[in-house]
Design a protein around this ligand. Structure first.
Ligand code: ZN
Length: 296
């Protein structure tokens, strides 16, 4: 069978695939302190199930180019490692490693059977991936499609984790919500508790709470702007929105579409916008298609 592996900070999700179907999935603890123990732990767990491993696709957070991880988000023993080579020392089957958001993009594109998509994930930060003619792309330095760092704001000038100001994720995603709530909290009326969640902000915006409405207005305006910028360059058939904040559902989607079409020209306005459908399985699916397509 083929295997799609989604490596996170504390666990790795492994999916076994047969004829494009996810037939078995399990998680293994990633509480390891070295590259070798991580590779051993993953391979031991797969070999228990299968003696004929056809290929392994892996997604991992961090800057990754040609299977080389220049810096990983959480597992620092992966920094400066060619993970494909590390696996090749232990197993003969093909292995391919890619950035997680780009991998999720590939999974979602395959699930929707669309060859050209932009994928954006609204979580703690804002990430993304891009699939062109059915292939996921990587760029030169492993920071392909980092839409969270697209410059969209010259009003608030919140400092981004990347060192710049005005990045999309300073006004969008969970970090953006926190920045905007802090910015407006003392000057606008609100029912928002001090101990709030992003979900609370969207729920209050639905009932026209002034502060929450302002936060959602800025959030979706800047998101619409970033998505139109991406669409003008990449010309996707569909923009797919994933991540925890997409749980805000139709209310969020209506506002995203309003703002997207506000900035879109006639041609870009043909772009469809929809939610991701694979949820937490997107990484495993993307990693599977990555290795399966490469082998063909
Ligand atoms: Zn940034």
């Amino acid at each position: 069978m083929y295997y799609g592996i989604d490596i996170g900070g504390t666990s790795a999700k492994i999916g076994a695939f047969e004829n494009d179907r996810l037939v078995k999935t399990w998680s293994i603890d990633m509480n390891v302190d070295s590259l070798e123990s991580m590779v051993d732990r993953i391979l031991d767990s797969i070999k228990e199930l299968d003696s004929n491993i056809l290929g392994i696709g892996i997604d991992c957070p961090g800057f990754i180019m040609n299977n080389y991880i220049s810096s990983s988000a959480n597992l620092h023993f992966l920094d400066g490692v060619n993970l494909k080579e590390a696996f090749a020392k232990k197993i003969a089957c093909p292995v391919r490693v890619i950035n997680d958001a780009n991998c999720h993009a590939l999974g979602e594109a395959k699930a929707k059977k669309i060859d050209n998509i932009v994928f954006i994930t609204l979580g703690t930060g804002v990430g993304g991936g891009f699939v062109l003619n059915g292939k996921v792309l990587e760029g030169a330095f492993g920071s392909f499609m980092e839409i969270g760092h697209m410059h969209v704001d010259d009003v608030y000038n919140f400092r981004c984790g990347c060192g710049q100001v005005g990045c999309l994720e300073t006004v969008c995603g969970q970090k953006g919500v926190i920045n905007l709530v802090n910015y407006y909290r003392n000057s606008m009326q609100t029912q928002l508790e001090l101990d709030y969640s992003v979900k609370d902000v969207f729920n209050l915006a639905k009932v026209n709470d002034p502060l929450a409405s302002k936060v959602v207005e800025v959030f979706t305006d800047k998101l619409g702007l970033a998505l139109v910028n991406a669409a003008n360059i990449l010309n996707p058939k569909m923009i797919i929105i994933g991540g925890g904040i997409s749980a805000a559902g139709d209310f969020l989607m209506r506002q995203i579409k309003t703002n997207f079409y506000k900035y879109a020209n006639q041609n870009i306005a043909k772009t469809e916008i929809g939610f991701a459908s694979l949820g937490s399985e997107a990484g495993m699916y993307g990693a599977y298609y990555l290795i399966k397509d490469e082998k063909q």
